[in-house]
Each structure stands twice: as structure tokens, then as C-alpha cells.
Design a protein. Structure first.
Length: 280
């Protein structure tokens, strides 16, 4: 039975909607089972399935595993026993009687990452340019229409000018969205960050500032009734890795390097790849 083309059409459509999706693929099969190796099914963030690789109770278990993969945003494998006896220790029992064992890869297919840049000035411009080169979808926000313009950012998904502390709430909504606040005016930066925290923005946030201004901003946020400690795993201020950055472009590189490290799960200190490095 050929694969249903709707599976792949659904994946493309979900990515267009800025949603991740799971592609479930049978990678191995021992004994009998409802589908053969290579059969595929898609599972969306709202639990819809497109296609079939098992049917009935088996797919219920697959949907549960797909939900876990989407929650963690990590591809995973799962083995299912389609029998009631002689169940392998690493297999999930399904109470089926087909007799076989199938292994399924649940691959999380993610949309391109989106970087929402608040502040289109000296650091914002090289940061957006390099983020675009790296494959990020870029949104640029600023109060100044001369800075936030399609002429300066022709590749940007959206370019808007206006009250950035409000505009950011429209564009930063999902856990895989990234916000970099580099506007540079103390109270505007604080209000922007405070609005994101108050809304419960689930993604990572970077604030370009000094350590002194970071402490000031956190104190003001506490005074507003928000506990920044609950966001500490996703709040990065001052933004960037300590690479001795000085120029706007170097600062942009330090911020993007930290974004890559954080989103790839790297923990500080970040070690050198040189064979002569003394960093363990």
C-alpha cells in the first residue's frame, strides 16, 4: 500500500502555520503487524493524525508517544509489542494479538526558528542579518520607521514600527520563538520584557544590557509583582557569551552564539574545539 500523500501535505501545512509536527515511521518489524517498514503517519500539535501505521489501540499508544516528543521537542524511538506474551523488556505492551514487535521513530519536524528583534539599531542590524544567514525567520520591531523598514531588512518576515512593548506580544507567542530586546532605552526595554513575562511568553528572551541595568530591570519587575525567578531558565541578561565582543557586529555574534548554544542544549562553559585547548 503506497504512502498517503496527505501525510506529507499535512507536514508542509503545519510548518507553514509555524507548528512542529511528528512524522512517525515504522523502522523495523519482527513478526506480523498491520503495516510494513517505511509506513508513515503525521501527528499534529493538537493531536490530529494523518495517515495510519497501525490502527486502533496501537495508534493510541503512538499518539501518546508523539505528544511526548512534541512536548520535549525531541525525536524519539518507541517499540511496541503487538502480542500479550513474550514481550521484550524495552517494548510497550499494547494488549494486541498480531504477534509481532514494531519499532517506530517519532521524528519532530520543526518550522524554521523565529527571532523577534526589538530594536533595529546598531546591534540589531548585524544581528538580524546574521540570523537570516543562519536560517532564522526574522521579525524586526522599532519605534523609528527609518530603522524598521523593508529597505533595511528586505528578508524579514515582518517589519513594524510603533510601540514595541505592545507589538512584541503579537509576534512572540510560541515556545520555539526567540526574543532579543536590543532597543537600548532603559524603560522601553523594561516594559517590553515585563509585558512578555506578564503574558507568560513560553520562549527564550535575551536582553542587551549591562549587569547593572540587568539588576535594575529585575528589581523593577519584582516591584511590579512578577517573580523573574520562575523565568530564569529562559531569561538571558545581559545577553551574549563573554568572547570579548566590542563592536556591534561582534556583540551580535556573541548573542547569536549564545542563542545557538542554549537552543541546542549546550551548557556553560562552552569549550573550545581546538585540540590544544586546556578546557575540559
Amino acid at each position: 500500500m503506497p504512502d498517503d500523500p496527505r501525510v506529507f501535505e499535512a507536514i508542509v501545512e503545519e510548518l507553514r502555520r509555524d507548528n512542529p509536527v511528528v512524522l512517525a515511521i515504522i523502522t523495523s518489524k519482527e513478526g506480523s503487524g498491520p503495516r510494513d517498514v517505511g509506513a508513515v503517519m503525521a501527528v499534529t500539535v493538537d493531536g490530529r493524525k494523518i495517515g495510519s501505521i497501525g490502527g486502533g489501540a496501537v495508534e493510541r499508544f503512538i499518539l501518546e508517544e508523539a505528544a511526548k516528543a512534541l512536548r520535549d521537542m525531541k525525536t524519539r524511538k518507541a517499540k511496541f509489542a503487538l502480542r500479550r506474551e513474550n514481550i521484550p523488556g524495552d517494548a510497550i505492551p499494547t494488549n494486541q494479538v498480531c504477534g509481532g514487535v514494531v519499532e517506530i521513530m517519532l521524528k519532530v519536524v520543526q518550522p524554521p526558528p523565529k527571532l523577534v528583534l526589538v530594536g533595529a539599531g546598531n546591534v540589531g542590524k548585524p544581528l538580524a542579518d546574521m540570523a537570516h544567514i543562519l536560517g532564522y525567520r526574522v521579525v524586526v520591531l522599532d519605534t523609528d520607521p527609518r530603522l524598521a523598514s523593508k529597505e533595511r531588512y528586505p528578508y524579514a518576515e515582518h517589519v513594524e514600527h510603533g510601540p514595541v512593548e505592545q507589538l512584541v506580544l503579537k509576534h512572540a507567542v510560541k515556545p520555539w520563538h526567540i526574543v532579543v530586546i536590543a532597543y537600548g532605552e532603559v524603560e522601553t526595554d523594561r516594559k517590553t520584557l515585563e509585558n512578555l513575562l506578564r503574558k507568560g511568553f513560553p520562549g527564550h528572551m535575551w536582553l542587551l544590557c549591562s549587569k547593572r541595568r540587568a539588576e535594575y530591570t529585575l528589581n523593577k519587575i519584582r516591584e511590579s509583582g512578577i517573580d523573574p525567578e520562575q523565568f530564569k531558565d529562559r531569561l538571558h541578561m545581559p545577553a551574549g557569551l563573554d568572547i570579548g565582543a566590542d563592536t556591534p557586529a561582534e556583540i551580535a555574534i556573541s548573542i547569536l552564539a549564545e542563542i545557538i548554544a542554549v537552543t541546542r542544549g549546550r551548557k556553560p562553559p562552552i569549550r573550545s574545539l581546538s585540540i590544544f585547548s586546556s578546557t575540559e
